[in-house]
Design a protein around this ligand. Structure first.
Ligand code: 2P0
Length: 334
């Protein structure tokens, strides 16, 4: 039995944000979320079950991992082993083609690629929605990275669903990198802290579904302006909720506000540019494809911005041939 498979899954950026859990053990979000999967920013993962191993091994870009990262991979492998007939430990080799300092969530594409490769390597051929449910248990945003284009994770849902194909809107996501290095507080920890200490958490839970609805309706109606305005409000409402925690959870850096100011000025000049921020200081800007180069050039001028990139709407996660899985690449600078 070969017990080996490779998969590739793209990163995603939420437009209607997920922040907070209904059920921590099952990892079920407390609000619906809707994201855009990004082309050309992806994780490639190879899973090889191997009878000679005495424990699971996780290598990220060739570096063996220990602790929480390895334990989270093992937990997902356990679920794949339980569903399939695999009993062996596995070697997991994974590589992100985007720099981690770009502020793009590697856990989303990472657990999506791992769930797809692990289930296939364990002898299973599952619909993407079942793989999405498995990825969600590791990281809820990963549920969305199984699908290309515009993707929802409904409140209470086990798996994500595609809302619209990549070409539904001709847009780009411009990423302005505002601070090097890893984020200070992880998402899982940050959302629990917010839920238990922020007096605005209840307001966030009450209002997030309406913003999700506005994003979904605007998307299906092809209305970029309505989508962008609801998305920008979702991001700022999520951050306002974090700022009201005790102690406050502030991911913004001075350059984060600098980019927001630059985008506001572009909007006054008639440019359709809509910002969103995640659990980090970087700003992602949703823009019409035709304006992406100009918006990227503008945000790069902002003091404190250390890098930028842009991405188009991307495809479904997929299994790939072993020789397509170039795990030796080194991510470039943002
Ligand atoms: C999102 N984020 O919707 C939101 C916006 C960050 C801010 O999903 O605890 O790493 O593993 O389920 O998926 C990041 O949260 O959290 C995230 P867990 P995850 O993209």
């Amino acid at each position: 039995m070969t017990g080996r498979a490779c998969a590739r899954a793209s990163a995603n950026i939420a437009l209607a944000k997920y922040w907070g859990k209904d059920d921590v053990l099952r990892n079920l979000p407390a609000v619906p979320s809707l994201s855009l999967t990004l082309a050309d920013l992806y994780t490639v993962t190879r899973v090889s079950f191997d009878a000679t191993l005495s424990e699971d091994v996780l290598e990220i870009s060739g570096v063996a991992q220990t602790g929480r990262a390895k334990a989270r991979a093992s937990e997902l492998l356990d679920r794949a082993r339980a569903l399939g007939s695999e009993r062996r430990y596995a070697r997991v080799e994974t590589h992100n083609n985007f720099p981690t300092a770009s502020g793009l969530a590697s856990s989303a594409s990472g657990f999506a690629a791992l769930a797809l490769a692990a289930t296939r390597a364990a002898g299973l051929t599952l619909p993407l929605s079942d793989v999405s449910a498995m990825a969600r248990q590791s990281s809820a945003s990963a549920a969305r990275s199984l699908f290309g284009g515009w993707v929802a994770l409904d409140h209470g849902a086990e798996s994500a669903r595609r809302v619209a194909p990549p070409e539904a809107l001709d847009v780009r996501m411009v990423v302005a990198v505002t601070h090097p290095g890893p984020k200070s507080v992880g998402s899982t920890e940050g959302m629990q802290h917010t839920a238990t200490t922020s007096p605005y958490y209840a307001a966030w839970i009450a209002h997030a579904p309406e913003l999700f609805r506005q994003v979904e309706v605007a998307l299906t109606g092809g209305d970029l302006d309505a989508l962008g305005e609801a998305a920008a409000q979702s991001a700022l409402m999520m951050h306002a909720c974090m700022w009201a925690a005790r102690p406050p959870l502030i991911y913004f850096r001075p350059a984060t506000l600098g980019v927001l100011q630059a985008i506001a000025e572009l909007r006054e000049q008639g440019v359709r540019a809509f910002p969103t921020m995640d659990a980090g200081p970087h700003v992602k800007v949703l823009v019409p494809a035709a304006d992406a180069d100009a918006v990227e050039a503008r945000v790069r001028q902002v003091e404190g911005v250390t890098g930028s990139l842009q991405a188009a709407p991307g495809p479904d996660a997929r299994l790939i041939d072993d020789d397509e899985a170039d795990l030796s690449l080194t991510p470039g600078a943002p």
